[in-house]
Design a protein around this ligand. Structure first.
Ligand code: R5P
Length: 243
């Protein structure tokens, strides 16, 4: 059987519910339980950035395993390397093709696929396989203490062109805001923000639009007003695959 429970805000409540559901399914005799967690809370913290911080990704991986999950399925894990800590089989699905297909259907075939940092470059490449307008990324650095974002100046082939910026997650919106501003300053025509996990801390949506984005599109991995694209097709496919 599969238990589908995402762990977006309120993440603590949703995470506890996930653990209780998994445990109960096993207690009641389920032979094998797949945990489908489209957004995996706490998984961004895969190392101790600052002294005293918790490596929360390791804790949540251990919890899911220890309540008895037999298989784990997630979507665009921010740091796929944390999935190696699982001893059970794991699948890290991608929703980028679904997002890119949405833009293609909206007439944006040929748009430039962009990533707001080099960690997301593979997402832009995946978007480009659908949109076929080329891809690129920013060199972004974020100060661990202040959260301030700095980017290396670079010119992109975006003048008078539509651009889709793909990222795995939007939290404060500062990363996306920076990318949109730079693209608009380089005279991109329409810039759209696309993400798999629209966490959206307060003000994130407005921040991105105020930078000049035409629109913000997210998947339903996290419940939000920008849920335009459903990840159900990739989850169904994964569940139909034999282990
Ligand atoms: C960073 O590496 C991630 O891919 C996202 O770009 C980042 O977590 C987004 O955070 P925020 O919206 O707070 O800038």
């Amino acid at each position: 059987m599969a238990i589908i429970q995402t762990t977006g805000p309120p993440q603590d409540t949703n995470l506890i519910q996930l653990l209780l559901l998994l445990r109960t399914a096993k207690d009641l005799g389920a032979k094998s339980v797949t945990a489908v967690v489209p957004y995996f809370a706490y998984a961004r913290q895969m190392r101790r950035g600052r002294s005293g911080e918790c490596v929360s990704a390791e804790v949540v991986v251990n919890l899911v395993e220890c309540v008895g999950a037999d298989r784990f399925v997630t979507v665009n894990a921010h740091a796929p390397e944390i999935l190696e800590w699982f001893k059970i089989p794991v699948e890290n699905l991608s929703a980028i093709t679904l997002l890119a297909n949405f833009f293609k259907q909206q007439g944006l075939e040929g748009a430039f696929s962009f990533a707001p940092d080099d960690g997301a470059l593979d997402l832009a490449k995946e978007g480009d396989r659908v949109l076929k307008g080329g891809y690129g990324c920013l060199d972004k650095m974020r100060d661990k203490i202040t959260g301030e974002i700095n980017v290396v100046e670079k010119a992109f082939n975006v003048k008078d062109r539509d651009v889709v910026v793909f990222d795995d997650i939007i939290s404060t919106g500062a990363t996306m805001q920076t990318a949109v501003k730079i693209l608009k300053a380089q005279k991109a025509r329409r810039v759209y923000a696309a993400c798999v996990h629209p966490i959206f801390a307060e003000g994130a949506f407005e921040r991105i639009l105020s930078a000049g984005a035409e629109g913000v599109v997210g998947t339903d991995c996290v419940s939000n007003k920008v849920n335009v694209v459903s990840v159900a097709p990739v989850i169904v496919e994964a569940l139909q695959r034999q282990l």
